[in-house]
Design a protein around this ligand. Sequence first.
Ligand code: HGY
Ligand code: MN
Ligand code: MN
Length: 422
Amino acid sequence: MQIQADEALLLSELATLATFTHAEPVSEGTAVTRIVFSPDDLHARAWLKQLATAEGFEVRADAVGNLFIRWSGTDPSLPAVATGSHIDAIPHAGMYDGTVGVLGGLEAMRALKRSGLQPRRSIELVMFTSEEPTRFGIGCLGSRLMSGTLDPKQADALREANEPADTAKTLVEVRTAAGFTGDLDSVRLAPNHYHAWLELHIEQGPLLEREGIPLGIVTSIAAPAGYRFTISGLGGHAGALLMPDRKDALCAAAELILSIERHTLATRAIDTVATVGTCDVHPGAVNSVPSRVVLQLDIRDTDPARRESVMQAVRSDIEELRQRRSVIITEQLINADAPAQSSPHIVELIEEVCAAQGISPKKMVSRAYHDTLFMARIAPIAMLFIPCRNGVSHRPDEYATPADTTLGVQVLASVLAKLASE
Ligand code: HGY
Ligand code: MN
Ligand code: MN
């Protein structure tokens, strides 16, 4: 069976998808901002549905907007084989994160169809809602709900993370306005709803390119955790409030951020990473002493116990900070997830396909999280990585070569075909 991905079609579709954006064009690459349920996201979803129906695939959306594009197999009663990813993009991102797995998955299905394959098991492409945490403060909303990792009522009550509290809309308001109604309980899929799950994604790191290897096999996915810290001090006039009388929330926040960095580095483990990516200062006036600061922490590790040990060390620093600076510091857990291991069987199939195509893949950890992290709760999983230039991602200069992208799609298609015949 000759499987041949249509590279030109795939590249043109990736370029078209990149036009659904509200990012200002930049010189260093293709800037994409596509926030979940924004007009650009909704237009992109409608366009994707058109591509799928044009190919004769069945299309359905669930109550939170996860999109399912299905190619029925000869025995449709069997659990399907699934692939997919996301098309939402953080502000000023690139055009390959997630989209390679969605459009690459679609092209893999089309290439298999063109090859004359009649899959025994249905093959389903999933486009997840809100893989990025940008709008609602937590990533992988769609796959968390599918896998039962997030309580539906808590999910619907999530508020827009970057809007003022008094105007921030809830998920239920936003999804309903976007046309996704129904009870979020209905999003959950039974364990082993799928026979197997396989996601194609750019590496978002430098290793494959650095070692000149065209394909990565993800053997485990690091475990992310998210926390929100609110530091409350005493505001006041930048001129009249004397230093000894101050309880400057931003100075306390600065010490907290450095404590997080110090304790993360102290593990001396390459897999422990932490980022305070947002810092909201109130009132945010140059001549007003900050009275309140909200920080969002993203901390990850392949070893959840080591990740927790960093948090414990930070908490003891927080206690000292509270006393010395007379500030109030509250911690809110957003998520603390377990890592995921890939299915040895699927990894073996990928290795067989690579050997047959003369490819020597690299086994590796994914430090970025993906919807696959949550699909691992309900199905055997694996991921395929393709190189990205200089390891850059979440930036407009994010780039994957046509050759690497096409090869990733070809391997994906071959593994899907094997899984669908099981
Ligand atoms: O942050 C991540 O790991 C993913 O790209 N959302
Ligand atoms: Mn991303
Ligand atoms: Mn991604």
